[in-house]
Structures are given as structure tokens and as C-alpha cells.
Design a protein around this ligand. Sequence first.
Ligand code: SF4
Length: 436
Amino acid sequence: MVSYDAFRAKLEEKLSQGMGEKLLKSRVFRHLFKKVFSWQADFQLKTTEEMTNFALDITAKSLKEGEPTVWTSAFFPDEIAYAAGMTPFSPEIASGVMAAFGQAEKMLKEAESIGFSPETCSFHRCAGGMDINDYLPEPAMILASTHLCDGAPQLLKILASRHRVDFNVLDVPAGRSQKAEEYLTRQIEEAFSSCEKITGRKISQNDIEKSFAASNRAREKWLEVCELRKKFPPVLTSPAALSFVYLNFLGYGNPRTADIFSLLVDELKKKLEDRFDLNHPGKVRGNKENPYLLWLHLRPYFSREMFDYIQGRAEIVYEEMNHLFWPPLDPDEPFKSLARKILSHPGLGPIDNRVEAIKEMIEDYQIDGVVHFSHWGCRQSAGGTYQLKDSLKKMGVPFLDLQGDCVDPGGFSTGQIRTRMESFLEMLESRYQAVN
Ligand code: SF4
């Protein structure tokens, strides 16, 4: 019998030989992908398998000839793509997957060799390298938004001209004023029209209702997941929970997302029922065995080593990237409603919005310490660490800023991260023991 490690090595070898598309369609690959996904997530629930199937199906669909595939940037509202009957594809997520397969370094080098600056975010450089290698599906058009990430529109504009397809960008203002909402609403209406122009099909009120109903149902289910995560003991922690960022980025507007979240709700309830009373208040500090952590921004996808240091000493009970921040969508005011969704992101505008959201998360999840993974080149997340640290200090919440890279193993110093993590955990443990 071939070991799992040998399977994974073989898969990486095949991918490095440029067999991306063929592999994706093979059953063996699907099986291996699930294995790798589970290894990354370390999460033995049926939900993980369902999410992996969804990821594979939607990626395979985007690769199918004649399928109108639209590339979207990470924070773009994909309800538009689903309403238009298009398949969204995220080059940034593809970079994370490439890193998980140990293939990012090669892509990064190739992107840099043709002029992508090593000073920029590796999610974008890696996507550029993947595009040169024809790993990505052919786009019918590309949609991006400027909010939070200013690297994405730059990259996607280059790739749109490379593929000679339409590029539509939402210029998102930083404020939440009525003027900002109106300005964005008009652009969203134009984005709908651009999709219609590409597909040659009118987006009906029924299409919008279906996409919004799927999004709202997923929203409700994810909020239920979040409520269950507040209970004792924590039944969903990271790194497993961080894998749901995938659906929180690309799944809203697709009916399968709500089904997957619904299954997750059932599985988490079962976990709680099997071991504890669901009505247990879970608010008593003495119930906790280890300090609780809040994780800010993303994680390195090529390694789970840093989570191994944490295991058994602290629990990552919530993640900023899984935070649901927007009101339900209204199909009777589709453009305005999506504008409101975008403008309600806590990372938009002054840092105070992000700080306020983090304070709420700290209270809701009984957080003892906050870890910020500062990904190289990401101004929207790393740019605010000073103010975050300062605000959390005033609240008496310890803060650790870990600097590294989510995609590029060369931008990650294991020794340094281990040392900083170790002293942070020691400090947290002694504080925690002193008050319990
Ligand atoms: S890590 Fe930051 S810069 Fe990179 S894609 Fe995400 S938001 Fe953009």
C-alpha cells in the first residue's frame, strides 16, 4: 500500500509537470485533493468533504469549454456572478491551493522573471505565475473591487489584457455616507450590465432573487455556526475553521453554500450534544482548559507548523476572516443592497472600524489573546497593527504580531516564528493560570 505522504509527493510532482487541468478532471486527483484538504484542515467532519466536493465541482465547471467563467477578486460580491449564470473563479484562492500543494515557489519565480515585483503580495504573484503556466481557466471577463486590497485590481487588469477580456472594477469609496452608497450602487448596476453583455442574456428579477435567497440562507446558517462556536467547549477551532474562508469568499449566491453550512450546524450540534449540554452557558472562565485566541488575517497555506505549536496550549476559537458583517440582502433593491454589503466591511475606512469589530469578537468569544498574521505586502491588514496593538493594550488583551507569508515559504522564518509564538504562549499561560 502506498503511504499518504508518497501519494502527496506524487501529486506534487504531477502538478509541477503542468498537468493541472487534466488532473483536476481525474477521479484519482479528486480523491487526493480531498486527502490534502483534510490534511490541511485536520477536520474529520462530513462538512469538509462536502466543501471539497463543491470546490472541485466549481473549479471543474470553470475549466469546461463554453462555460462563462468570471474571475473575481477576493472581496468582490459573487452574488452578481451567480445571478448572471456565470461561474466565479478566484485566482487568489488558487494561489493558496498551489501553496498547499507545495508548488508556489516555482510560480512566484516565474512571475518575478517577467516583472512582477517581489515587493507585492504573493497571492497575486503566484496567480500571475499560474496564469503564465496556463493553470487557470479561460476567463470570459474579470471583475474586481478596490476595497481593502489594492493589489487585486492591478493584477487582474494585467491578466484581463493578457486574455483580451473585459475588465470591470468597482471603485469603492472608504466612507459609509449616502453619497458613497449611491456612487457604488451605480457601479454595481453597471457590473450587472457588463455580465449581461458577455453572456448575451438578461439578468431577470428571478435570477437576482435566487442568488440573493441563496446568499441570505448561507448568511443565516453561518450565523448559526458562529453562535455554536460561542458555546463551551469549542467545537470548531482553527486551522480547521480557517478553511471555511473559502466559502466565505466564493460561496455566497450559490445554493450549495447554505447546504454545506447547514450540515456544519448539524455536525457541530451533534458534537456538543454528544459531549455536553447544549444549554450549558459556557461563560464561566473556569470551564476553559486553555486560553482562547482570536486569529487575525489569514495563515500560511504551505505549512501547518505554527498551529502545531499552539495545539494543546491554546485554542483558536474565532477568526477575523470568517466574520460575517453585512445585513441581509434585499432583492427589491439589488444594487443598493450589494453596495451596503461592501460598505459595511469593518476593514474599510478608518482603522477604528476594524478595532471596534475586533473588540466585539473578543467579547463574544471570551478571547484571552490576539494573533495577527502579517502577510508580506498586505497593507490593508499589516498596515494597522500599531493601532490594533495600542487599542488592545488599553483593553488588557495580549497581542502578537507574527510576520510571514501565506503563500511563499521563502518569506517565512520558522525559527523566528517559533520563538515569538513560544514566548507569547508562555505569557498567556501564566496570565491564564493566575486568574483561574
Ligand atoms: S493578502 Fe492582502 S494584499 Fe494579498 S490578496 Fe489578500 S488582501 Fe490583497
